[in-house]
Write a protein that binds this ligand. Structure first.
Ligand code: LLP
Length: 436
């Protein structure tokens, strides 16, 4: 997919660059991003809205992969940006992303985070709960500002995905419940506030979703309420943000729609609902994370040790694991992989790929067909672009791998490899404490 192909040495090539050369130069593990593919995904989403003649903002959910270079790329492609913490906001500001196109999410934004958002004049705060309404109002008042907000509602939808990444169901930590009057109460409070400008409504039903049933149901439930609010509160939203969550294909078992199909089917329903209730078509915002960057990322590892469990299985161990990709351990996520240095060779055996962390659960891939591979072969794991680097950690004090961007034959190092010095950078010796 993307610009990936096999070159005449039988090596995996991405963005016109030989991944074996990249592994030799930058070491392993190494995250490689296919920049052209990210650009195409970004342009695809925008094109779909243009074709439909719909006013829209496509906000990249930066939690999927947030670094200065990535955010600069998002800016180059003219998307908006969704951040969920002071740290993600700081990264966006460091990348000099236009503040009016930043949207700030989160179910427990601190006073400091909200102040940071307001003093930097960011475009919109997605308000999650009553505590936040009061806090935001107080801060906005003290800074003498009027803040644009969306209200996040929970429509009571169960999208079919892993329990930990479900968010639209009633029993969720996110948002105002749409059904039990919470959302209406919040809307009333916000409308009455002099410091809040309620642009509209936000809803995100989950992640890695393979069809539009959940989105359509959510839109229907929201419009039923919007119709009530039109009468009861004379309120009509200017913006409807339907979140992210569009699924991608990690393995052959995944059957997502194409990005434009998700958007077209959802917009179709929103149009129908707006007409049905005789409302103005709101501006539509979406927040894709995974579907913008997921399949553009590939991780290259070096194979080291192996272990046979006679008549059961063969383990091949790589030089990374749950420290650079926690998704298999956390969500039983599945991935496909090939030998980056011997792509065209036929599989001869089935092996299981073990990480190097001290946990039996640190298994990256079970039962992978591969050519007979040994130490120093390179394993390329596909579709690691979303929630790979962003959820990487230093378990076992393993330094996080570097990230390179490749495009049209050139390579840019966009995140340096962590060092052992970085592992102790924040540590203080025991005598320091004794002295105090
Ligand atoms: N908007 C909101 C409010 C969200 O909570 C999320 C993801 C997104 C947008 C982007 O969703 P996406 O398009 O990437 O599916 N760590 C998990 C995924 C957690 C998603 C959290 N929220 C994973 O690795 O699968």
């Amino acid at each position: 997919h993307g610009t990936s192909k096999v070159n005449d040495k039988g090596h995996l090539e991405i963005g016109g660059v030989d991944t074996v050369d990249l592994a030799n130069k930058y070491g392993t593990p190494l995250y490689i991003y296919d920049v052209e593919l990210i650009r195409n995904r970004a342009r695809g989403f925008k094109q779909t809205f243009d074709d439909l003649g719909i006013k829209a903002q496509v906000a990249y959910a930066s939690k999927a992969f947030s670094t200065v270079a990535m955010i600069q790329l998002v800016e180059q492609e003219g998307l908006s940006l969704d951040v969920v913490s002071g740290g993600e906001l700081y990264t966006a500001l460091a990348a000099e992303f236009p503040v009016d196109r930043i949207h700030f999410h989160g179910n427990n934004k601190s006073r400091e985070e909200l102040e940071m958002a307001l003093t930097n004049n960011i475009g919109c705060i997605v308000v999650d709960n009553f505590h936040e309404i009061h806090l935001l109002e107080e801060i906005a008042d003290s800074l003498n500002k009027k803040v644009k907000i969306l209200l996040r509602v929970t429509p009571g939808i169960e999208a079919h995905t892993h329990d930990y990444i479900l968010t639209g169901q009633e029993d969720s930590k996110f948002g105002f419940d749409l059904q039990n009057g919470q959302a209406e109460k919040a809307l009333k409070l916000a409308i009455e506030s002099n410091n809040l400008d309620v642009l509209g409504i936000h809803c995100h039903i989950g992640s890695q979703i393979f069809d539009t049933t959940g989105f359509i149901l959510a839109a229907q439930k929201i419009f039923t309420k919007l119709n009530d609010w039109k009468t009861a509160l004379s309120y009509e939203p200017r913006v409807l943000n339907l979140g992210g969550g569009f699924g991608i294909r990690y393995t052959d078992n995944d059957e997502p729609l194409s990005p434009d199909k998700y958007v077209k089917e959802i917009i179709n329903e929103v149009k129908k609902q707006a007409e049905n209730y005789q409302m103005n078509m709101p501006e539509i915002w979406i927040e894709p994370g995974r579907s913008l960057v997921g399949d553009s990322g590939t991780t290259i590892y070096k194979i080291g040790s192996s272990k046979e469990v006679p008549d059961v299985r063969k383990y091949l161990a790589i030089d990374g694991g749950m420290s650079d990709n926690i998704r298999p351990a956390l969500y039983q996520a599945n991935y496909e992989a090939v030998l980056a240095n011997r792509v065209l060779e036929q599989p001869e055996e089935t092996v299981s790929i073990a990480g190097k962390c001290c946990e039996s659960g640190d298994m990256l891939i079970w039962d992978l067909p591969l050519p007979r591979a040994g130490s120093d072969d390179l394993l390329a794991v596909f579709c690691t672009g979303a929630y790979g680097y962003s959820m990487a950690n230093n378990y076992n004090r393993i330094p996080r791998p570097p990230v390179v961007f490749v495009e049209s034959g050139s390579t840019t190092l966009v995140v340096r490899r962590e060092t052992f010095e970085d592992m102790v950078r924040l540590d203080l010796p025991i005598n320091e404490r004794v002295k105090n």
